[in-house]
Design a protein around this ligand. Structure first.
Ligand SMILES: Cc1cc2nc3c(=O)[nH]c(=O)nc-3n(C[C@H](O)[C@H](O)[C@H](O)COP(=O)(O)OP(=O)(O)OC[C@H]3O[C@@H](n4cnc5c(N)ncnc54)[C@H](O)[C@@H]3O)c2cc1C
Length: 330
C-alpha cells in the first residue's frame, strides 16, 4: 500500500482548499466506504485524506416545506428524526433497510450519496479489466459471474450498480444537493447529480474535484400522500438490494393524482422511473395500472449472464410497492 497524508479539517473552507489543491486528495467522512477501498481492498490510492467528520454539517432543520439534512448527519440519526418519520416515512424505511445499526451510526448522508459501487471486480485489485478503476481496460463483470449488478443505464462498458437504498426515495422526491467548491456554492438536483457510465464509467457524478456536499434538502410529501420503500434481498437482516422500489402516491377517489417512483438495485445510478409515473398519473389505482407502470419502468434492460432474473423481479417489486402504498390488492 502506498502511503497517504491524513489531515483533519478545522473548517469547511480549508477542507475544500486541501482537497481542491491536490488532484490525489479525497474526503473522509464516516469512513465506512472510503477506508475499505483504501486500506482493505486497496483499489483507491489517495495522496491525502481530508477528514471532515468534525465539521458542523450535522443535524436536520425544518425549513418551510423541506427538511434540510447536514451532509455529516449519520444515517441512524436521520432515521430517528421525528419530522422524517411523520412526513417522509419512505426515506426512513430506506435508511433502516440499509447496512447495520453499527454502520448506520458511522455512515453519513453525504457519504451514502457518494458511496462507491459494490461491484466485486471494481473492488478486486487483481482484476485488470475494470473501466471504472482503469479507464479503457474493459469490464470483467460483463463476461464473468455477475449478480449484484445493474440492468438499467448499463452497457458492455460497465454494469456496476449504485447500491444506495437512501438514494432511491431521495431520487423519487427530487432532493436537492448543496455543494461547495473553491468557486463557491451551487445546488444540484439529485436526479442530475449522477452520470450514466457511457464510455467513461470512472466519471460517476457532476462534482468537480474538491467540491464537498454540505447538505441535502428533502421536500416534504404533500398532505395525503402515502409512501413506501420495498427492498428485496437475499437475507432480511443485512444485505444490499437485489431490487428495490420507492413510491409516493396521492390517490383521490380511486384515481392516482400524483406519483413518484424510483428504483434501486437495478441502475448504474439511482433510477427515477418517470415512464412509470406517466402511466400512473390519471389512471385508476388498480393492479392492472401498477403492472403497466412496472412494464414502463423496466424498459430496454441490459443484462449479462447472471442478471436476467432482475428484469422480472424489478417489475414485481414495483407492483408490490405500489399495491402496498395504495392499499389496492389483486
Ligand atoms: C458492510 C456494508 C454494508 C452496507 N450496506 C448498505 C446498504 O444495505 N444500503 C446502503 O444504502 N448502503 C450500504 N452501505 C454503504 C454505506 O451506507 C456507506 O458506506 C456510507 O453511507 C458511506 O458514508 P461514510 O460517511 O462512511 O462515507 P466515507 O466512507 O467516509 O466516504 C465515502 C465516499 O464519499 C465521499 N464523501 C463523503 N462525504 C462527502 C461529502 N460530504 N462531500 C463529498 N464527498 C464526500 C468520500 O470521499 C468517499 O469517496 C454498506 C456499507 C458497508 C461497509
Amino acid at each position: 500500500m502506498s502511503g497517504f497524508e491524513y489531515v483533519r479539517a478545522d473548517d469547511l473552507d480549508s477542507a475544500v482548499a486541501l482537497v481542491s489543491g491536490d488532484p490525489g486528495a479525497a474526503y473522509l467522512a464516516g469512513g465506512t466506504t472510503q477506508l475499505d477501498l483504501v486500506l482493505k481492498d486497496r483499489v483507491v490510492h489517495p495522496s491525502r485524506l481530508v477528514d471532515i467528520g468534525r465539521l458542523p454539517l450535522r443535524g436536520t432543520t425544518l425549513d418551510g416545506d423541506r427538511l434540510r439534512v447536514g451532509a455529516l448527519t449519520a444515517m441512524e440519526e436521520l432515521a430517528a428524526d421525528p419530522v422524517l418519520a411523520a412526513r417522509l416515512p419512505f426515506v426512513r424505511e430506506a435508511l433502516l433497510a440499509g447496512a447495520s445499526t453499527q454502520l448506520r451510526n458511522m455512515a453519513t448522508i453525504g457519504g451514502n450519496l457518494l458511496q462507491r459501487t459494490r461491484c466485486r471486480y471494481f473492488r478486486d485489485p487483481d482484476v485488470p479489466a475494470c473501466n471504472k478503476r482503469a479507464p479503457g481496460s474493459g469490464c470483467a463483470a460483463v463476461t464473468g459471474a455477475a449478480r449484484m449488478h445493474a440492468i438499467l443505464g448499463a452497457s458492455a462498458n460497465c454494469v456496476a450498480l449504485h447500491a444506495s437504498d437512501l438514494c432511491v426515495p431521495l431520487t423519487a422526491l427530487d432532493a436537492q444537493v448543496h455543494v461547495q467548491g473553491v468557486d463557491g456554492r451551487r445546488v444540484v438536483p439529485l436526479t442530475r447529480f449522477y452520470v450514466l457510465p457511457g464510455d467513461r464509467p470512472d466519471v460517476e457524478n457532476v462534482l468537480a474535484h474538491g467540491e464537498v456536499v454540505t447538505h441535502v434538502d428533502l421536500p416534504l410529501l404533500p398532505a395525503g400522500t402515502a409512501s413506501g420503500y420495498l427492498k428485496v434481498r437475499d437475507r432480511a437482516s443485512y444485505e444490499f438490494a437485489l431490487t428495490s422500489a420507492a413510491a409516493a402516491l396521492l390517490v383521490v377517489d380511486g384515481t392516482v393524482e400524483r406519483a413518484r417512483v424510483a428504483l434501486g438495485g437495478v441502475g448504474t445510478v439511482p433510477w427515477r422511473a418517470v415512464e412509470a409515473e406517466a402511466v400512473l398519473v390519471g389512471a385508476p389505482a388498480s393492479v392492472e395500472t401498477f403492472r403497466a407502470a412496472a412494464e414502463a419502468a423496466i424498459h430496454d434492460p441490459f443484462t449479462v449472464p447472471g442478471t436476467e432474473f432482475k428484469v422480472e423481479l424489478a417489475k414485481r417489486t414495483v407492483v408490490r410497492v405500489l399495491s402496498t402504498v395504495s392499499g389496492v390488492r389483486s
